[in-house]
Design a protein around this ligand. Structure first.
Ligand SMILES: Cc1cc2nc3c(=O)[nH]c(=O)nc-3n(C[C@H](O)[C@H](O)[C@H](O)COP(=O)(O)OP(=O)(O)OC[C@H]3O[C@@H](n4cnc5c(N)ncnc54)[C@H](O)[C@@H]3O)c2cc1C
Length: 451
């Protein structure tokens, strides 16, 4: 069993790996090298920090360098890993004073995460163009809003981060346009469900333009408009939220095998193809438990879990990470959206013969204050009646219902089992027939008619 663990990357996956390794093996020396100033923070909170729902950045940081130190983890912010030499079992680190030194490891966890895609478009370097992934980026965005008082924002990308940022900027009083290259926003949901998200954004005053790519940024020093397939759109603030790509360059250069979408290929123990090197989080692929195939769904929840497993195994454990079902939840204005498993479109792409069933019900019992609509879609495998996925959109209380579906997907359950579940009921929480049961009952009778 190795004595020195090096972790590259100090956010969700990296710090989970280091913490678990420290608990697992008290003999190990554990060093985390990360190129940022901040460690162990929640990028997921940045849209809420932008709009001051979270007004103190300290609460986004789970633990400080000193607190990790007390737990046996030495964290080194502003230390960039430049190269991994698997033969020498060492990592070349550039320190804050720019000095470089090789650090030897017995076990290595790569948790380098992902970075926002920044296309090389004209004007991309203009003042007023932002990505939101790290705390300093959000701080600069907030400073820009305070100093320049932008009136019109374009958000390129209509995924969940784009929607969350649209909500943030609307709350700050900006006129917001969401510009999406695909024929619709929220491509992680089917068209009918995505339309509900677009409707919510429009109702809040946002303009939603689909089927139009961003082609450039216009302005002298500072952005004042964007060019797009749909023409020029005035904008003194632009947020790029068109997706992320895994930071896998140093892994690839070291001979580590990449898989789906250039994410690091790992097995169930989070091992790469090279001995004693593990990978976890947004830089790593995962197995999709519905399709059985390799996938890349970068999320904080997965990063924490994969990091924990990688850390445990790197410290001598035998833990397994079985995979993901792609469960995602988001809030947009007053509504909540969520999805898990496969959409109907994704089932088709995976070659699975599937059908869908959608209902609209209510989040709470009739007469109880705050009751709102909820739409639930189930995606079902033809013949076997296996639940393949679900999507939910609706009023407060709607979104977390997705967890029931996510749990069932892990077991390969049928819609018949969903219909039999003993789900909780009281008027403040649901109608006596929870919307999931209503959805399941409708799907069961549809399936019966198909037979
Ligand atoms: C705005 C926003 C909202 C989000 N909301 C949600 C949400 O609601 N739910 C959810 O589950 N997920 C959400 N996510 C995704 C979630 O934040 C990520 O999945 C998570 O941060 C991944 O953690 P990670 O440790 O794998 O990678 P990262 O957070 O990317 O951390 C990797 C770290 O490694 C550092 N690094 C990279 N290369 C090197 C190197 N060579 N040397 C040293 N350091 C290096 C990086 O700078 C970074 O600090 C959101 C993301 C964003 C941006």
């Amino acid at each position: 069993m190795g004595k020195r663990l090096i972790v590259i990357g100090g956010v969700a996956a990296g710090m989970s790996a280091a913490s678990k390794a420290a608990r697992q093996n008290k003999e190990m020396t554990i060093d985390v090298y990360t190129d940022e100033s901040y460690i162990s923070y929640s990028a997921c909170s940045l849209p809420y920090y932008t709009q001051d729902v979270i007004d103190n950045k300290e609460v986004m940081i789970a633990r400080s360098v000193a607190e990790f130190g007390e737990r046996g983890v030495r964290a080194h912010p502003q230390h960039k890993a430049l190269r991994v030499d698997p033969a020498k079992k060492a990592v070349l680190i550039r320190r804050p004073d720019s000095a470089e030194a090789w650090e030897a490891y017995d076990r290595l966890v790569i948790a380098t995460g992902a970075r926002p895609i920044v296309p090389p478009l004209p004007g991309i370097g203009l003042e007023g163009v932002f990505t939101v992934k790290q705390i300093p980026q959000a701080e600069r965005l907030k400073e820009y809003i305070a100093a320049r008082k932008p009136a019109r924002a374009v958000i390129a990308g209509g995924g969940f981060i784009g929607a969350e940022m649209a909500e943030a900027l609307l709350a700050l009083g900006l006129k917001v346009t969401v510009l999406e290259m695909a024929p619709r926003i929220m491509t992680l949901m089917d068209e009918d469900m995505a339309a509900l998200v677009a409707k919510e954004l429009r109702a809040a005053g946002a303009e939603v333009i689909t089927g139009a790519a961003l082609t450039g940024m216009l302005g002298e020093d500072r952005v004042n408009a964007v060019a797009s397939d749909s023409g020029e759109i005035a904008a003194d603030l632009v947020i790029l939220a068109i997706g992320v790509k895994p930071n896998t360059e140093i892994a690839q250069a070291a001979g580590i095998e990449l898989g789906f979408k250039n994410a690091i290929r790992v097995n169930e123990r989070m091992e790469t193809n090279l001995p004693d090197i593990y990978a976890a989080g947004d830089c790593a692929a995962a197995r999709h438990l519905v399709t059985g195939k390799e996938t890349y769904i970068p999320l904080g929840t997965t990063a924490n879990k994969q990091g924990k497993i990688a850390g445990e195994n790197a410290a001598g454990g035998q833990a397994v990470f079985k995979g993901v079902v792609g469960t995602t939840i988001f809030k947009v204005i007053e509504k909540e959206g969520a999805r898990t498993g496969l959409s109907l479109r994704e089932a088709g792409l995976a070659g699975i013969d599937a059908w869908e069933s959608t209902i609209t019900s209510y989040t709470r019992a009739a007469g109880y204050p705050g009751r709102g609509e909820i739409t639930v879609k189930l995606v079902v495998e033809k013949g076997s009646r296996r639940l393949l996925g679900g999507q939910i959109f609706g009023a407060a209380g709607a979104g977390k219902r997705i967890d029931v579906l996510a749990a069932l997907l892990q077991t390969g359950a049928s819609i018949d089992l969903l219909a039999e579940l003993d789900l909780a009921y009281a008027p403040p929480f649901s109608p006596v027939w929870d919307p999931l049961l209503v959805a399941a009952n409708q799907a069961v009778s549809k399936a019966d008619k198909m037979e």
